[in-house]
Design a protein around this ligand. Sequence first.
Ligand code: NAD
Ligand code: MG
Length: 331
Amino acid sequence: MSLNIYYSQDCDLNLLAEKTICVLGYGSQGRAHARNLADSGCRVVVGLREGSSSWQLCEADGLQPMEVNQAVAEADLICFLLPDPVQPQVYENNVAPNMKDDATLLFAHGFNLHYGQISPPPEVDVIMVAPKGPGKLVRDLYEQGQGVPCLVAVEQDASGQAKALGLAYAEGIGGARAGVIETTFAEETETDLFGEQAVLCGGLSALMKAGFETLVEAGYAPEMAYFECIHETKLIVDLVYQGGLKKMRRFISDTAKYGDITRGPRVVDEGAKEEMGEILAEIQDGRFAREWILENQAKRPVYNALLKADEDHQMEEVGAKLRKMMGWLED
Ligand code: NAD
Ligand code: MG
């Protein structure tokens, strides 16, 4: 599939000149987007809950906090930078009743639109601008004159300008300096969920934990197991981040490389790949989304129990002990 990539010269920041942008949420993404847009010359209001602890931070950053309903009512562009599970409720209670008829709704992740948890009327534009990095990086790189690559997608184009608006926004937060990749809400949502489940969060956590347990159950010291199977993943991942598997393999020994290419595929074998296919199917047909929405409605019993079990796992205790020997790791 061919891919459209846009850069600053393809984006017209002037499209935002006459508009008021309402950023809902002042967390990782919200704070970074709001500050970058303001520094790019956009008129930004930040919608917060009354009594929110972010109110003072927002003012200290030189921005204008406002109660959510009022911020929405003033806005031409409404950015959902709230936790995904709370967005449907905020849409119903605060956004839908107060937004202008021709407002544009902007998301940084497609979950709620793609799985029908938010269904805006056809008269509004619905777009996505999703930086491929955490908010802190979005802000830091912007200040250095750079940017984090972004995704742009259009779900509804009532104005005929939806994509251009998305690109203008990507320029405003600095993302177009690096490049803006065009995608769809479906593709972004499904690949994002798959990546975090099968590889980045789920796959990697399970791999590290299984390696740790295998060594400990075989009688090796938990401290050794922690270093070898958990702590040192950072060294490997940093190399992959910089230069792919190829660079990583230039920095490991020939013995490590031989073990890598002959043993790795035995751990992540055809069976594991089949399971990945099943996980992808659950994402594509909506089973995962339904399960997670119900889990939230039930106040997260499975989520809380499984997280607690991992928090109580021996690996966390050992890790905490080892980090005390490495004072430079304090966050
Ligand atoms: P976050 O948890 O860091 O921040 C959310 C903010 O919303 C917080 O300030 C919180 O106080 C506020 N909030 C919570 N409930 C609220 C309510 N009912 N009314 C008003 N404010 C409320 O979230 P985030 O990580 O910035 O994620 C925001 C969006 O960006 C999500 O759609 C997420 O998927 C997407 N995204 C995140 C990242 C990332 O790296 N964090 C990257 C790309 C996209
Ligand atoms: Mg993700």
